[in-house]
Write a protein that binds this ligand. Structure first.
Ligand code: F6R
Length: 268
C-alpha cells in the first residue's frame, strides 16, 4: 500500500466536497453539520480546531444555542492542539481562542472540556491522558479541523506518520511563521502538542473547513495530489466519512473533474 511517503491504494476515497459561495455560507453549513451530530448523539465527543477557518462556525453555533436549537450540556469537547510553552491566558493560544469563541459563550462546564496543558512539565503524560480519555469515551464523533498552508491538520506537520496518536512535535517553519497571525507580539512557536492522524482516521466523522484564495493551492494538493504524509491533509481521503467544506475562492484551482464530483454534494 505504501510507496515512499505515498499511499497508492486509494480504495477508500469517499471524501465529500461541498463548495459554497463565501465564508458565511460555508460556516452556516459547518454549524449545521455540528448541530446534526449533536442532535443524533447528545453526548457526542467533539474535537475542535482553532483559527480563522472555524471562527464564524463557532459564532453561528453559539447563536443556535441562544435560539434553543441545540443543547451541548452532555457533550465532551476536546481541543485539537496547543502551542507548547504558550500560557492559556495569552491571546493567540488555542486555549484562549476556544474559551473566548465557544466555551464561555456556550456556557460549557469545566468537566466537559479537555485541553492539552502546554505548560506541563510532562507533555508525554499530557498526551497519554488525552489518548486515555478518548479511548474511555469510545471514539471521537466529530472532528472540526482547518488546514495549514503546508497541509497540516492540527499540528500534524508534513512527514508525520499516520499511526500517531497524541504527540509533541517540532513545528515546521511555515507553521511558525503563519502562526504569528494569532498573536499580538512576535511569539516563539517551536513546538506543538496535538492529537494525531490516527485520531483523525478513527473519528466517526471529520469536517475540514477552508476559505479564501490563500488556501486554493493547498486545497488542490489535498484533493487532487497523491495521498501522502508530505501533505498530511491528503490522508483524509482514506477516511470513510470525511467532508471538505470550502468557499469558491479556496476551490479556485480545482480541476473540472473535482468540481463536477463536488457539485452533486454542494449547494452551489
Ligand atoms: C488550529 C489548528 C491548525 C489550523 C490551521 C489553519 O487549532 O489545528 O491546524 O486549523 O493552521 O488555520 P487557519 O484556520 O487560521 O487558517
Amino acid at each position: 500500500m505504501e510507496k515512499g511517503n505515498e499511499f497508492t491504494d486509494k480504495m477508500n476515497e469517499k471524501m465529500e466536497i461541498k463548495i459554497f459561495k463565501d465564508y458565511q455560507a460555508l460556516s452556516e453549513q459547518a454549524a449545521s453539520e455540528i448541530e446534526e451530530v449533536i442532535k443524533l448523539k447528545p453526548d457526542a465527543v467533539i474535537c475542535l480546531a482553532t483559527g480563522e477557518s472555524p471562527k464564524l462556525t463557532y459564532q453561528l453555533l453559539v447563536k443556535k444555542l441562544i435560539d434553543g436549537k441545540i443543547d451541548l450540556s452532555d457533550c465532551t469537547l476536546i481541543g485539537l492542539d496547543e502551542w507548547v510553552g504558550v500560557p492559556p491566558t495569552t491571546e493567540g493560544s488555542c486555549h484562549h481562542f476556544l474559551y473566548k469563541e465557544i466555551f464561555s459563550p456556550l456556557g460549557i462546564s469545566e468537566n466537559q472540556i479537555h485541553l492539552f496543558d502546554a505548560l506541563s512539565g510532562n507533555l508525554f503524560l499530557e498526551c497519554q491522558n488525552m489518548d486515555k480519555l478518548i479511548l474511555e469515551k469510545g471514539d471521537i464523533d466529530l472532528m472540526v479541523v482547518g488546514i495549514g498552508m503546508n497541509g497540516h491538520i492540527g499540528f500534524n506537520e508534513p512527514g508525520i506518520p499516520v499511526d500517531n496518536y497524541s504527540h509533541v512535535i517540532n513545528l515546521d517553519s511555515t507553521t511558525q511563521t503563519v502562526g504569528q497571525k494569532y498573536f499580538a507580539h512576535p511569539t516563539e512557536l517551536k513546538k506543538g502538542i496535538t492529537l494525531g492522524l490516527k485520531h483523525l482516521l478513527q473519528a466517526e466523522k471529520v469536517v475540514l473547513l477552508a476559505n479564501g484564495d490563500k488556501k486554493a493551492s493547498i486545497i488542490k494538493e489535498t484533493l487532487e495530489g497523491p495521498i501522502s504524509i508530505d501533505v498530511p491533509a491528503t490522508v483524509l481521503r482514506m477516511h470513510l466519512n470525511a467532508m471538505v467544506i470550502i468557499d469558491e475562492e479556496a476551490a479556485g484551482l480545482l480541476s473540472e473533474k473535482t468540481l463536477l464530483d463536488s457539485q452533486t454534494a454542494s449547494n452551489v
